[in-house]
Design a protein around this ligand. Structure first.
Ligand SMILES: NC(=O)C1=CN([C@@H]2O[C@H](COP(=O)(O)OP(=O)(O)OC[C@H]3O[C@@H](n4cnc5c(N)ncnc54)[C@H](OP(=O)(O)O)[C@@H]3O)[C@@H](O)[C@H]2O)C=CC1
Ligand SMILES: CC(=O)C(=O)O
Ligand SMILES: [Mg+2]
Length: 645
């Protein structure tokens, strides 16, 4: 869908290509490398006063003619209350960052030229939140709830974030897992309005130009996917866009990172899922995945273009890339760009936080546990690596720490002399000197783990037999079914409890309802999901201007989260704080991250604030409406929009 029709007249070559009927990919005559030393200063198009019709803008050696589209200008745009604050009339009501709906006061309505465009009654934001609750409850189908919420986000950002923020436990399963998985599978159906950037492999050579089409310049955080491993649902190609959109909604809802500073991006390099390719509703490129050098060059160009457009401190969170690319790209870019991989590192931090909290129940040290992983991919290897680090922090030798960990992949136990071979360097570090063992059940009875962690997207892999074995070998077996969405969970909470005489300490990636134990206790399983980590981590990174996001930050985040878990949480069977407290968790994690960054010389924002928490809170988004700023006289229609009383 074309969202901003424009023509560029440069005195050099114009490279336009037709795609889906829209003209895209506009290029200055000079190549990117020839643009050095400095590209033209980023232009904040949102600051261009709205004038219907055409307008010429000069920016360094660019001469652009923009065909302003009344309906589209400022569809997103800054919610910072400044760059678009002068929008008035219908445009103000259509701008999600500025719209207050019926909460505009009579005075504001008159000043902004929207008097009469709204029903006469003025509502408070609290009343609006109540209406949101009534509205969403009318839908039974979670996908319809998702569509309602995305519609609310498109209409009124402040209200969306207040509503989600005040109802985190109820809204997270809609905006995020499990419903977001369904939304991705049906993205061709639920997609309504532009949200985020789709950059395709055919845009290679023009990635910077696509980034320039984004109407915000103060972007501090990007969540990017190439759609290859969307939750445990596999390769959904461009339909994976629901994930960056959902994750960034949590950036704001859970950590107060301002919406206009967040940019969801899908890199569409095709999909290998035949049902997607055959689906007439599929929204992405209908071709098989591009791999190899062209893929790597594309990602490289993307990384450079982000820095060129938004600066070196712009955080790039990799999300739901396929296994073969995720590790490679993390190794390639970490330390050079402000980047982390949430599936490897964020998941590691949340799982280790849960394990650290579990020690208060089991009375053990982490290194006294034996941990079996079902899966040896991004999530499992990330967790295993951070477990080793945490055990070493307890004073355990690395080799001993590694010996505590057993990993099972699609071929069985990871052993040194695997007949099939094919152990990558990450798996090899955990390979056992043991003959092959094929099934998880056999590994569990052999290793007798105290902790069993599943992240292989094999729903039901923790069979009653395996769970019973965990219960027989442990007074308090720790069982994490981390795969998402719910259908991929290794077991339900109920199965974990009922097969262990209600003794299991359980956590899951997607939420499960509370469970009544046989002795009448209500157990509330915690959600071992990286959403407890990435929002606070990102907040800290942004506030301190950290570029090199090393593993010590992940262990720190895990420890910070574990510290917040109360005895009350533990007595209710949860290794995590309740979701309703997750915003405070984010701030506490961010605080630790910021303090550590200053201590280790990794903070680029100077000087160091005296009061870290006040410094962080001062930068956070306020979900309450701010008073509308009156328009400047003489703009946009040479008449102030003030009605005579
Ligand atoms: N709760 C949370 O916060 C998070 C949860 N996850 C979830 O974890 C799951 C896996 O994600 P991720 O690690 O990134 O995926 P990967 O594709 O990187 O890894 C999947 C792993 O599962 C293994 N596997 C596949 N089939 C089997 C089988 N039958 N028995 C044992 N192992 C098997 C694969 O084996 P092989 O190596 O041989 O191919 C691979 O090691 C997903 O469902 C995802 O949603 C992910 C991130 C965060
Ligand atoms: C939670 C998450 O990041 C995943 O399942 O991929
Ligand atoms: Mg993920």
């Amino acid at each position: 869908m074309e969202f901003l029709s424009r023509k560029v007249k440069s005195n050099g070559q114009i490279d336009t290509r037709q795609m889906n009927g829209a003209t895209v990919g506009l290029r200055n005559k000079r190549s990117e490398s020839a643009m050095s030393p400095a590209p033209p200063a980023p232009r904040d198009k949102t600051r261009v006063p709205f004038i219907a019709g055409k307008q010429s803008l000069a920016a360094s050696d660019w001469t652009c003619t923009y065909e302003m589209d009344r309906d589209r200008i400022g569809v997103w745009g800054s919610g910072d209350g400044q760059s678009n604050s002068r929008l008035s009339g219908l445009d103000r009501l259509k701008h999600p960052g500025l719209n207050k709906g019926m909460a505009f006061s009579i005075e504001e309505r008159q000043v902004m030229g929207i008097h009469g465009l709204l029903p006469p009654r003025v509502k408070s934001q609290e009343e609006q939140v109540h209406l949101c609750k009534l509205s969403i409850e009318r839908y039974e189908d979670p996908l319809n709830k998702y569509i309602y919420l995305m519609g609310l986000l498109d209409r009124n950002e402040h209200l969306f974030y207040r509503f989600v923020g005040e109802n985190v436990a109820d809204m997270m399963p809609i905006v995020y897992t499990p419903t977001v998985g369904l939304a991705c599978q049906k993205y061709g159906l639920v997609y309504r309005r532009p949200r985020g950037l789709f950059i395709t492999i055919h845009d290679k050579g023009h990635v910077y130009d696509i980034l320039k089409n984004w109407p915000e310049t103060d972007v501090r955080a990007i969540v990017v996917t190439d759609g290859e491993r969307i939750l445990g649902l596999g390769d959904l190609g461009a339909c994976g866009m629901g994930i960056p959109v959902g994750k960034l909604a949590l950036y704001t809802a859970l950590a107060g990172i301002k919406p206009h500073q967040c940019l969801p991006i899908t890199l569409d390099v095709g999909t290998n899922t035949q049902t997607m390719l055959d689906d007439p509703l599929y929204i992405g490129l209908k071709q098989r995945r591009v791999r190899g050098a062209p893929y790597d060059e594309f990602i490289d160009e993307f990384m450079k273009a982000v820095v060129r457009r938004f600066g070196q401190n712009c955080l790039i969170q990799f999300e739901d890339f396929g296994n073969a690319n995720a590790f490679r790209l993390l190794e390639k870019y970490r330390g050079k760009y402000c980047t982390f991989n949430d599936d490897i590192q964020g998941t590691a931090a949340v799982a280790v936080a849960g394990l650290l909290a579990s020690l208060r129940v089991t009375g053990k040290k982490l290194s006294e546990n034996v941990i079996v992983f079902q899966g040896a991919g991004e999530a499992s290897l990330g967790i295993a690596g951070l477990c080793v680090m945490a055990m070493m922090a307890e004073g355990t030798e690395e080799a001993v720490a590694r010996s505590r960990i057993w990993m099972v992949d699609s071929k069985g136990l990871i052993v040194k002399d695997r007949p099939e071979g094919g152990l990558n360097e990450h798996k090899a570090k955990f390979a056992k000197d043991h003959p092959p063992v094929r099934t998880l059940a056999e590994v569990v009875s052999l290793a007798k783990p105290s902790v069993l962690i599943g992240a292989a997207a094999i729903g039901g892999a923790f069979t009653p037999e395996i769970l019973r074995c965990m219960g027989e070998n442990n007074e308090k077996p720790v069982i994490f079914a981390l795969s998402n969405p719910t259908s991929k969970a290794e077991c339900t909470a109920e199965a974990a409890y009922s097969n262990t005489d209600d003794r299991a300490i359980f956590a899951s990636g997607s939420p499960f309802p509370e469970y009544r134990a046989k002795d009448g206790r209500i157990l509330r399983p915690g959600q071992g999901n990286n959403s407890y980590i990435f929002p606070g981590l990102a907040l800290g990174i942004i506030c301190a201007g950290i570029v090199d996001i090393s593993e010590d930050f992940m262990l720190l985040a895990a420890e910070a989260l574990a510290e917040i878990v109360s005895d009350d949480d533990l007595s209710q069977g949860s290794l995590y704080p309740p979701l309703k407290d997750i915003q405070n968790c984010s701030v506490k994690i961010a605080k630790k991250i910021v303090e550590h960054a200053y201590k280790t010389g990794k903070a680029s924002v100077q000087p160091q604030p005296d009061d870290t928490e006040a410094f962080i809170r001062g930068q956070m988004y306020d979900v309450r409406y701010s008073p509308a700023v009156p328009p400047v006289y003489g703009w946009p229609n040479d008449e102030p929009h003030v009605q005579q009383m």
